[in-house]
Design a binder for this molecule. Structure first.
Ligand SMILES: Cc1cc2nc3c(=O)[nH]c(=O)nc-3n(C[C@H](O)[C@H](O)[C@H](O)COP(=O)(O)O)c2cc1C
Length: 206
């Protein structure tokens, strides 16, 4: 049997790969989706660095996905030095883990960044309005935001001051791994996207 049966549907490797990208696409659109938040890891001069991010955008046909961040953040600087990245998702209800690896491109002042900014809500834009960037030391436990925006979202006009701090990190995926936990035995598959459009898909022992 070269398929796996999930919720009454049989998936072969190709349909599983499509389904995984569909899940990610849906997760970017729905903030309550279990895959909406992910952990991304990269390397810096001290070793490995991880943190939670919001999955903001997925381009299944290009095998790309993205998160937004402050260009003054540590991760932005680290990815400028070394652009390898790894993503980790877990949907506890579906008992599904997705791992992705790829390389990043950083967008601050181009069409991709402009589009991402244009579609960001005022509550999302607010976090880019602090005078100091993330990780700057503070004598007190402050938010870093101008006080008015701790309780209220900025107006559209007020939000524009944050544009210079806003960036979008796009990952081009070269490897995707799918792991499904099941009482009758787990199932696992890996997909590799090579240069010039090459693709391979394999079942793995979990
Ligand atoms: C649920 C959740 C979602 C988050 N989403 C983002 C995000 O989309 N982008 C981001 O830069 N930081 C996000 N953060 C904050 C990061 O996890 C991290 O603390 C911060 O960006 C500083 O990371 P850095 O010093 O490695 O750059 C999120 C944190 C949590 C808990």
């Amino acid at each position: 049997m070269n398929t796996v049966l999930i919720d009454g549907i049989n998936y072969d490797l190709n349909s599983l790969e499509k389904d995984t990208w569909n899940r990610l696409l849906n997760a970017a659109l729905r903030y309550k989706d279990p895959l909406h938040n992910a952990v991304v890891a990269n390397v810096n001069t001290n070793g490995v660095n991880m943190r939670t991010v919001v999955l903001r955008k997925v381009w299944p046909e290009k095998r790309q996905l993205a998160f937004h961040t402050d260009i003054r953040s540590g991760k932005w600087k680290e990815l400028q030095q070394q652009n390898s990245i790894s993503w980790l998702f877990y949907d506890a209800a579906s008992r599904l883990q997705i791992r992705l690896a790829g390389t990043t491109t950083l967008h601050q002042d181009d069409v991709i960044a402009n589009e991402a900014w244009a579609t960001s809500s005022m509550s999302s834009r607010k976090i880019y309005l602090g005078d100091e960037g993330p990780s700057v030391k503070s004598l007190l436990p402050v938010s870093g935001l101008p006080p008015a925006f701790e309780t209220n979202d900025p107006s559209l006009e007020e939000s524009l001051a944050g544009r210079k701090n806003f960036g979008i990190v796009v990952t081009s995926v070269n490897w995707m791994e799918w792991l499904w936990l099941n009482s009758k035995g787990h199932r696992r598959a890996a997909f590799t996207y090579g240069e010039k459009g090459s693709f391979s898909a394999d079942w793995l022992i979990p």
